[in-house]
Ligand binder design. Structure first.
Ligand code: SF4
Length: 67
């Protein structure tokens, strides 16, 4: 699933405590910063989301599982 970054999306992430980044996912291996399902992590890393600008196309991982 994809979403376009906006001020509304930023506020919803905070207000609704949305978790969707690799760092919040059961499949993220902290020691290696890799995905144990061997998915590319870059589009889903928290730093990418935190630094996104309005209009950037964001990607949610379909295999995300909350820790
Ligand atoms: S399953 Fe998706 S969200 Fe979870 S660590 Fe792998 S790439 Fe990241």
């Amino acid at each position: 699933m994809r979403a376009v970054m906006s001020e509304q999306l930023r506020q919803e992430r905070v207000l609704l405590r949305l978790v969707s980044c690799c760092e919040d996912c059961e499949h993220f291996v902290d020691e290696t910063e890799a995905c144990d399902l061997i998915y590319p992590t870059v589009p889903h890393r928290r730093a990418v989301w935190d630094q996104a600008k309005d209009g950037d196309e964001m990607s949610f991982c379909k295999m995300f599982e909350a820790r």
